[in-house]
Design a protein around this ligand. Structure first.
Ligand code: KG4
Ligand code: ZN
Length: 355
């Protein structure tokens, strides 16, 4: 089976080809530089950019992999959750291709695709506890198979990645700030008293990061020299301020990581006989989180499954991978497949046979 994956749920436009669980090639166009001018994703600009670059990415993908369009056996597309206009561009392109090639269409849950991405690099054993940490979501799941996901916990307000981006924004770090905040944090030691480990004094599996974000804002308000004077970058920082900033970043990283560790460990009994701990989504590229989750998995005798950092952030390889797995067990969609905006549950409305 040769599955084409299409991703356009937020600010990355991507296409990829997966054949029998192996990645043949992928093309990705990031819009980060465009949105950085506004300090966050502007939905209408995102849609227009997807529309502009998607056909070219598809053509380049075919050229670079040497694949002929007739060889494609199904078209998988991220159908949500995401920005509605952005999703509609990917869906329209996918429907057009499926129609033109006469092959089935598979709508993929973007969040599930994140959790399945590591399947391109290793065999993932199920059942597994899945932690999805991205710019829009912080979810824990019981993952019983590659199409059986039960939501266990979720954020009540900001997602972990959103907290990183907002903290970074207050420090005037360029958007999206998660990766830079991670890198700066590696230059300092965390102060465990600086920021709270948010929303852990309860007995549930949910998350809340908005209080932590406010704590960072208050800290920077009290120490205004920590915020970069402009968006020019960190190179011009005086060494002592850079060191102070590194401690703030390390402490923030630690608070987020500890909150995620505590709630993930608390969720473990909800997946009896778990064999793996999957950590995925953009924030799973975070160095401290990866170390901590590796140790947590070892402590409980679980396989730690974390995609390579390039497969953590949005990409189409994960969409093709998830789509191929759905297609293999006969789960397809009709050309009426709908996009699902952020905040709405993605229905499991597969057809049993291709239409
Ligand atoms: O999964 P993703 O690419 O997009 C969504 O589906 O949301 O995640 C993007 C998020 C952003 O908030 C970004 O700042 C964060 O992942 N991120 C990181 C790191 N790399 C990306 N956060 C912390 N540490 C990182 N190294
Ligand atoms: Zn994502």
């Amino acid at each position: 089976m040769l599955c084409l994956g299409i991703e356009s749920s937020c600010d990355e436009t991507a296409v990829a080809l997966v054949r029998n669980g192996r990645l043949l090639g992928q093309q990705l166009a990031s819009q980060v530089d465009v949105h950085a001018l506004f300090g966050g994703v502007v939905p209408e600009i995102a849609s227009r950019e997807h529309l502009r670059v998607l056909p070219g990415l598809y053509r380049t993908l075919l050229t670079e992999t040497g694949v002929q369009p007739e060889e494609i056996s199904c078209v998988a597309v991220s159908r949500g959750p995401g920005l509605l206009g952005a999703l509609l561009i990917g869906l329209s392109f996918a429907k057009g291709l499926a129609l033109a090639l006469g092959v089935p269409l598979v709508g993929v849950n973007h969040l599930h695709a994140h959790l399945l991405a590591a399947g391109l690099e290793e065999d993932v054993p199920f059942p597994a506890l899945g932690l999805l940490v991205s710019g829009g979501h912080t979810h824990t799941y019981a993952v019983r198979s590659d199409h059986n996901f039960q939501l266990l916990g979720r954020t009540l307000d900001d997602a972990a990645g959103e907290a990183f981006d907002k903290a970074a924004k207050r420090l005037n770090l360029p958007y999206p700030g998660g990766q830079l905040l991670d890198e700066l944090g590696q230059e300092g030691q965390p102060d465990h008293e600086m920021f709270p480990r948010a929303y852990i004094d309860n007995d549930n599996l949910d998350f809340s990061f908005s209080g932590l974000k406010t704590a960072v804002v208050n800290h920077v308000n009290a120490h205004p020299h920590l915020a970069l004077p402009s968006l020019a970058g960190t190179d011009a920082l005086a060494p002592e301020i850079r060191q102070e900033l590194a401690v703030v970043c390390a402490s923030f990283n630690w608070s987020v990581t500890e909150t995620l560790r505590i709630k993930t460990e608390r969720a473990l009994p909800r997946v009896p006989n778990a064999r793996a701990l999957i950590v995925a989504g953009g924030v799973a590229a975070n160095s401290m989180l990866r170390r901590t989750m590796l140790a947590l998995a070892e402590k409980h005798g679980l396989r730690a499954v974390m995609p390579s950092p390039s497969l953590c952030t949005d990409n189409a390889a994960m969409v093709a991978c998830a789509g191929e797995r759905l297609a293999r067990c006969g789960r397809f969609h009709s050309l009426e497949l709908e996009a699902v905006p952020r905040g709405r549950k993605v229905p499991q409305d597969w057809l049993s046979a291709p239409v």
